[in-house]
Design a binder for this molecule. Structure first.
Ligand SMILES: Cc1cc2nc3c(=O)[nH]c(=O)nc-3n(C[C@H](O)[C@H](O)[C@H](O)COP(=O)(O)O)c2cc1C
Length: 179
């Protein structure tokens, strides 16, 4: 079941209902980051915006071309080329960790975001065992776009199987105040 997040907020001297529609932007090479994005969407509503890399990485090129780009914090050519988030209240951005940094597809996605003025983001990363600099690099790239990160979370492979960890991320998203 999809739930629209509705909160009561105090604006201009009155209490009113504020909807919280998240744009859930993610890249996933092998499905793990996607599974978490889908759980967030099921609980929080909003839309899934899946980023695809035009590189069509193989198991070899992901570790050669992809990891080199990730280390350099550079981007892939992606679809969609432009991500309009003007119709959303908050951003949720998820990436797999590649070579201890964000995936090149999500680096490109952060640059492709439009209509984000005044919006904040919750970021998450999934990894085998070590997220390294991933969340810090995403935060820096988002700050350069004037997007403030108000929550972050990384999951090791084992933690992606722990429903209570995913639930805590969802609770964090639900607790954010609308802008
Ligand atoms: C090219 C590549 C590089 C990776 N680099 C790391 C890494 O530096 N540290 C780590 O813990 N896991 C690393 N992993 C494992 C993934 O981050 C992990 O499996 C992730 O959850 C996959 O998410 P996805 O299924 O959404 O693509 C790497 C995987 C790939 C394919």
């Amino acid at each position: 079941m999809n739930h629209e997040l509705v909160k009561v907020c105090f604006r201009n001297g009155v209490f009113e209902e504020c909807s919280m529609k998240p744009a859930i932007i993610f890249y996933s090479y092998s499905g793990i980051t996607r599974r978490i994005a889908e759980k967030i969407q099921k609980e929080c509503g909003g839309d899934l915006i899946e980023i695809r890399s035009k590189e069509n990485y193989s198991a070899i090129t992901a570790y050669t071309v992809g990891c080199l780009r990730a280390r350099r914090e550079s981007g892939d050519p992606i679809i969609p080329e432009r991500i309009d988030v003007s119709g959303y209240d908050i951003l949720v951005i998820g990436t797999p960790v590649w070579a201890w940094k964000p995936s090149p597809a999500i680096n490109a996605a952060i640059k492709a975001i439009h209509g984000s003025e005044g919006k904040s983001a919750v970021i998450y990363a999934t990894c085998g065992s070590q997220a390294g600099d991933t969340l810090a690099v995403m935060k820096k790239a988002l700050a350069a776009r004037n997007i403030q990160v108000t929550g972050e979370c990384s999951f090791t492979r084992r933690e992606t199987l722990d429903e209570s960890r995913i639930k805590s991320l969802i609770t964090m998203i639900k607790s954010l105040d609308p802008v």
